[in-house]
Design a protein around this ligand. Structure first.
Ligand SMILES: Nc1nc2c(ncn2[C@@H]2O[C@H](COP(=O)(O)OP(=O)(O)OP(=O)(O)O)[C@@H](O)[C@H]2O)c(=O)[nH]1
Ligand SMILES: [Mg+2]
Length: 217
């Protein structure tokens, strides 16, 4: 038994892993980029969203999950994803790529506009089943991440922490960052009690995350 709070997600049993594989074997397509609540596609299926600081790897993770390289644009330029981008995964699921936050050079009015939209989206979307909050496995939870987690606490949306870029973290730093992340998550009632460690580059954690998404209803 793992007595730690916020353990790393276990490998799923073969049946659950197969559900995840099947779900993501389906076709994925870009639907639209949204800049206002009025532009949201119809809430006719469940959805999960990916939040995190600019450059943490949201778009890369969506590409890795769907197995479609250029689907969500991934770039070296922080703040590239400026809209709420909707992707279908098969007929039953939306994957939602949120604009990155914490981009230092963004002008204040832009930041405020996105915060407002994010708040409206997170608290107003009936079909949103889980928010994945991506945290760089080298850096841990930063104050801007804690802000988003606070927002999620008040939005009644369960969020799950996904550590990204696992291939870039040295073994000796991993335990320290995990401790920091666990301590930060413990302050948030909306945090799902399990962490997923991923590398979009190497594929680590991708089948686990697919299975987690496949079991949401
Ligand atoms: N080594 C490594 N690099 C990664 C990984 N995931 C993403 N990257 C790199 O990190 C950079 C940013 O990735 P994106 O997926 O564009 O990040 P984002 O969170 O979508 O960024 P914004 O859209 O600006 O908010 C790119 O250069 C990616 O190639 C990973 O698992 N391992
Ligand atoms: Mg992006």
């Amino acid at each position: 038994m793992n007595a730690l709070p916020f353990p790393l997600a276990d490998d799923p049993d073969p049946q659950t892993q197969e559900r995840g594989r099947k779900l993501f074997a389906g076709q994925s397509e870009f639907v639209k980029g949204v800049v206002a609540m009025s532009g949201l596609p119809p809430a006719d299926r469940i959805e999960v969203c990916f939040a995190g600081r600019s450059n943490v790897g949201k778009s890369s993770l969506i590409n890795a999950l769907t197995g479609t390289k250029g689907l969500a644009r991934a770039s070296n330029t922080p703040g590239r994803t400026q809209e709420i981008n909707f992707f279908t995964q098969g007929p039953e699921l939306y994957l939602v790529d949120l604009p990155g936050y914490g981009y230092a050079n963004a002008p204040l009015p832009v930041v405020e506009k996105w915060q407002r939209l994010l708040k409206q989206y997170l608290s107003g979307r009936q079909t949103l089943r889980r928010a994945f909050v991506l945290i760089d496995a080298r850096h841990g939870v930063k104050p801007v991440d804690a802000e988003i987690m606070k927002l999620l606490d008040t939005s009644a949306v369960t969020f799950q922490c996904v550590l990204t870029k696992a291939d870039k973290v040295k073994a000796k730093d991993r335990a320290r960052v995990l401790d920091q992340v666990r301590a930060a998550l413990a302050r948030h009632p909306a945090a799902y009690p399990e962490i997923v460690l991923t590398s979009s580059e190497k594929g680590d954690g991708i089948p686990v995350l697919r299975s987690i998404i496949a079991t949401l209803e």
